[in-house]
Design a protein around this ligand. Structure first.
Ligand code: AMP
Ligand code: ZN
Length: 449
């Protein structure tokens, strides 16, 4: 089995990965809160988790990959202040929280496909697991680590030795204390769209309990790997660890991996700055989801990555160049095992995808290798990188008769210097999924991907 080293936030060091069960990995990825369309920042987190899963699989492990859908209980602040994001989304859109959750869950799953993210083994929804969450809270209560207020049932962090071990924070340094809600009561004077009966009163689960309860259900506690963005370290994951320990007396997961943030123009993404871009915002500027994936792979997951339109265009150009090259190669024969081993060494070193990509270009530029070998080698790399190269390797672009008519029209328009018409035709051609560029040698066509 290929040896993998990963940086574990718990303990803050790179460690050799050792599974709990031989040849198997249980992996839990904190999934989306489905009250808004996922941003490209969120997708950085999922690309990172996807590459990790692909690395395990390429290394010979059988992976059980769980990604939850948070469709209730995530309040506007990551703590227990503010309103439930789903109820806010419902008001914004004049729908029920259930409708909002369904809409954005579906959109998220289709965005995942565009990013070429592998479908998780299970995608459990918090609202389908209320009973499991209540049962876990009861266990924590039985073990004496809860208290009740007029507002809900809370976890008493002062009663747990070792609380804060993931982030290394001391309890007394946590502003406003670290206690967190396990169950929140519905307001007396209003009806929520989503609420359930419980032993403590009508209400809804706190945000953190779903991940402990659903990871237990689908992976068993403890499991191997837990991922999320760095914003989850101090509150959400700390609290998941606390819950699992209080309820079952175990460390929830052995390896805790966190990706750094995607920044936009050097700063935070925010709705007020109007820069929380979605995949459609990128597409409107000619940047594909796969090009965004390429951009993400170019940086180490533990470094901040600054998104600019120039960088995105650079990634799109690089991906275009790669696709143009591999289309013209022979069909894949045998991969060059030395190159594959070199690639695996990079990505097994805490997911060094940037060096992995550099090796892609070395293969592309290697004149001494037959193109069939290059093709097989890059397809092996792509098992980890996930750039969907299998769709284009050794497949010269086919232009339909319909597109060819438009292209010929456009060439004539250009020669007649009728640029207005040539632009109209370019848009028509784009509707067929083709991008035309004008070069010194005439029009060049490629597929939008
Ligand atoms: P949420 O839907 O807010 O729970 O976030 C989903 C995932 O995206 C979590 O793992 C977050 O840590 C992660 N995330 C949120 N914003 C960013 C960002 N700007 N860059 C990278 N990851 C992010
Ligand atoms: Zn979670």
């Amino acid at each position: 089995m290929n040896t993998i080293h990963l940086f574990n936030t718990l303990g803050r060091q790179k460690q050799e990965f050792k599974p709990l069960k031989d040849g198997q990995v249980g992996m839990y990825v904190c999934g989306p809160t489905v009250y808004f369309r996922a941003s490209i920042g969120n997708f950085r987190a999922y690309v990172f988790a996807d590459v990790l899963r692909r690395l395990f699989e390429t290394s010979g492990y059988k992976v059980t990959h769980v990604m939850n859908i948070t469709d209730v209980g995530h309040l506007v602040g990551d703590g227990d202040e503010g309103e439930d994001k789903l109820e806010v989304g419902a008001r914004r859109e004049g729908k029920t929280a259930w409708e909002v959750a369904e809409e954005y869950t579906n959109l998220f799953l289709s965005d995942m496909k565009r990013m070429n993210l592998l479908t998780p083994t299970v995608t459990p929804k918090a609202t389908d697991h209320i009973a499991e969450q209540i049962a876990m809270i009861q266990e924590i209560e039985k073990n004496g680590l809860t208290y009740q207020t007029s507002d809900g049932v809370y976890f008493d962090t002062a009663k747990q030795a070792g609380y804060g071990r993931l982030s290394g924070q001391k309890l007394e340094d946590k502003e406003g204390g670290a206690d967190f809600a396990l169950w929140k009561f519905s307001p007396a004077d209003a009806t929520r769209h989503m609420e359930w009966e419980s032993p403590w009163g009508k209400g809804f689960p706190g945000w953190h309990i779903e991940c402990s309860a659903m990871s237990e259900k689908y992976l068993g506690l403890p499991f191997d790997v837990h991922t999320g963005g760095i914003d989850h370290i101090a509150v959400h994951h700390e609290n998941e660890i606390a819950q699992a320990e209080a309820a079952r007396g175990v460390l929830e997961a052995n390896y805790w991996l966190h990706n750094e943030f995607l920044l936009i123009d050097g700063g935070k993404m925010s709705k007020s700055l109007n820069n929380t871009y979605s995949l459609d915002d990128l597409a409107a500027k000619g940047i594909s989801a796969l090009a965004f994936r390429y951009l993400v792979l170019g940086a180490h997951y533990k470094s901040q990555l600054n998104f600019t339109w120039e960088a995105a265009q650079g990634a799109q150009n690089a991906l275009n160049k790669l696709v143009d090259a591999v289309r013209l190669w022979d069909k894949p024969t045998e991969a060059d095992q030395e190159l594959v081993a070199e690639f695996m060494k990079h990505v097994s070193n805490d997911l060094d995808t940037a060096d992995g990509l550099a090796l892609v270009w070395k293969v592309v530029g290697d004149e001494s290798l037959p193109t069939g070998v290059k093709a097989a080698t890059l397809l092996a790399f792509d098992d980890v990188l996930g750039l969907a190269l299998e769709d284009v390797v050794a497949r010269p672009l086919k232009i339909s008769a319909e597109a060819q008519v438009l292209l010929d029209d456009r060439e004539r328009a250009r020669q007649a210097k009728d640029f207005a018409r040539s632009d109209v035709l370019r848009d028509e051609i784009a509707k067929l999924g083709l991008l035309v560029e004008d070069t010194a040698e005439g029009q060049r066509v490629r597929e939008l991907r």
